[in-house]
Design a protein around this ligand. Structure first.
Ligand code: IMP
Ligand code: MG
Length: 180
């Protein structure tokens, strides 16, 4: 098991206050965009989005339904056929509904791109994406992000739901593990 040692320095990249302010802005834009939607379906990708989605939906001023999906991540060394697998699917039928996918971080884009395509086959009325973090310099496949919290450099980040080997999800900020 990998454990982040307490001595290991975490350099704060985005503070708790900055995340909160940006989440409020995102929620406002999303609320405006869906103002005529009867009931928005917000789909969180587990596990990384669990804290972000909790903060985001509490600031969305509309009736929302919340559901979650868990997809496998591919092995790091795999370069081709980065196939994601559904570990746990939605319970909510999304056909004809307005659906918002909430993701923690978009890196190469493979995960989101495949989740998007899977959900699109279910014929939602609309399908959009809100990602807290985006690493544009790492993109391998084009994905359309409707709302992004922060563009970040090519650094491995943890905190606010995002892990390194299951560690660091409970940090209130987004940090970079200092190379020791
Ligand atoms: P993608 O398919 O390469 O876009 O990767 C997306 C997933 O990889 C994210 O949802 C995260 O689970 C994981 N990931 C990418 N970058 C980071 C990072 O900096 N820290 C932790 N997880 C990451
Ligand atoms: Mg993720």
């Amino acid at each position: 098991m990998t454990v982040l040692s307490s001595q290991q320095d975490i350099n704060i990249l985005i503070t708790e206050t900055e995340i909160a302010a940006r989440t409020t802005q995102l929620a406002r834009m999303i609320s405006d965009h869906y103002s005529s939607t009867e009931q928005l379906v917000v789909v969180g990708l587990l596990r990384g989005s669990f804290i972000f989605i909790a903060d985001l939906v509490r600031r969305i001023d509309l009736p929302v339904e919340v559901d979650f999906m868990t997809v496998s991540s591919y092995g790091n060394k795999m370069v081709s056929s980065r196939q994601v697998r559904i570990i746990q699917d939605l319970e909510t039928p999304i056909k004809g509904r307005d659906v918002l996918i909430v993701e923690d971080i978009v890196d190469t884009g493979h995960t989101l791109s495949q989740v998007y395509d899977i959900l699109q086959t279910r014929e939602p009325k609309s399908l959009s994406v809100c990602a807290l973090l985006n690493k544009p310099s790492r993109r391998e496949i084009e994905v359309d992000l409707d709302w992004v919290g922060f563009d970040i450099p090519d650094e491995f980040v943890i905190g606010y739901g995002i892990d390194y080997a299951q560690q660091g999800r409970n940090l209130p900020h987004i940090g970079v593990v200092a190379k020791s």
